[in-house]
Design a protein around this ligand. Structure first.
Ligand code: NDP
Length: 234
């Protein structure tokens, strides 16, 4: 079965690994980008998730190209770290707008087609820090915790229509986002990860692909950690 898949921020990092995992199993995969274009084999749509008009236009373009989105992975996200007392309203709101409201915009528009089809798989990419908290990331952690409430509410609203909504909460993954961390901070983090290493983007992608599979049809409203044990107990 070849499904219509959309991965936001699927042009690089974790999103790209997720998009490639779906493409490898024969699905039709669209990714959003903000100017880079799409990697080979993926259908690219230019879309900034902070802009509702761009999201609506992207969804229409994808629908015309590969049919209504059946599997949606809301992965696009940013960080803008600083300590609470130094954080401006703008810095807080910008991260919330991209990570939380951005996911809402995409899910809301994609869910219309899912309701018509009586089928849908929604996966929101959160983070271990959404549950654990993280000094210097009040904005980011709040946005990632918000995704849990969002997924669980969607699970309740749409569950009877064969639409699942789940959260994947990665620990630290080797991408551009974590390249920004200082060596000292990386060492400090590794000391707290039972697995003793960062994840590969492919390890996150495998869990997302599972949640979108037939085998996971009865899993909804779940938060699945893929964090090498960093968040155990949460
Ligand atoms: P990267 O920084 O490598 O990539 C971020 C992706 O998000 C890019 O594709 C980027 O697009 C896209 N993006 C950012 N803002 C927007 C926007 N406003 N509209 C559309 N696309 C946008 O991040 P990762 O691959 O590391 O992270 C992917 C997701 O996983 C994020 O949600 C992140 O919070 C989460 N995560 C990452 C962890 C990690 O350790 N790396 C750990 C836990 C969670 P563009 O190329 O145009 O900039």
């Amino acid at each position: 079965m070849s499904r219509s898949v959309l991965v936001t921020g699927g042009n690089r990092g974790i999103g790209l690994a997720i998009a490639q995992a779906f493409a490898a199993q024969g699905d039709k995969v669209a990714v959003t980008h903000r100017g880079s274009g799409a990697p080979e084999g993926l259908f690219g749509v230019k879309c900034d998730v902070t802009n509702g008009d761009e999201v609506a236009a992207a969804l229409a373009e994808i629908e015309a190209h590969q049919g209504p989105v059946e599997v949606l992975v809301a992965n696009a996200g940013i960080t803008d770290d600083t300590l609470l007392l130094r954080m401006s309203d703008d810095q807080f709101e910008r991260v919330l707008d991209a990570n939380l409201t951005g996911a809402f915009r995409v899910v809301q528009r994609a869910s219309k087609g899912m309701l018509r089809k009586r089928y849908g798989r929604i996966v929101l990419i959160s983070s271990v820090v959404g549950l654990l908290g993280s000094a210097g990331q009040v904005n980011y952690a709040a946005s990632k915790a918000g995704l849990v409430g969002m997924a669980r509410s969607i699970a309740r609203e749409l569950g009877s229509r064969n639409i699942t909504a789940n959260v994947v909460a990665p620990g630290f993954v080797t991408t551009d986002m974590t390249d920004k961390l200082t060596d000292d901070r990386k060492k400090q983090i590794l000391g707290q990860v039972p697995a003793g290493r960062f994840a590969t983007p492919e390890e996150i992608a495998a869990t997302v692909a599972f949640l979108a599979s037939d085998a996971a049809g009865y899993i909804t409203g779940a938060v699945i950690p893929v964090d090498g044990g960093l968040g155990m107990g949460h």
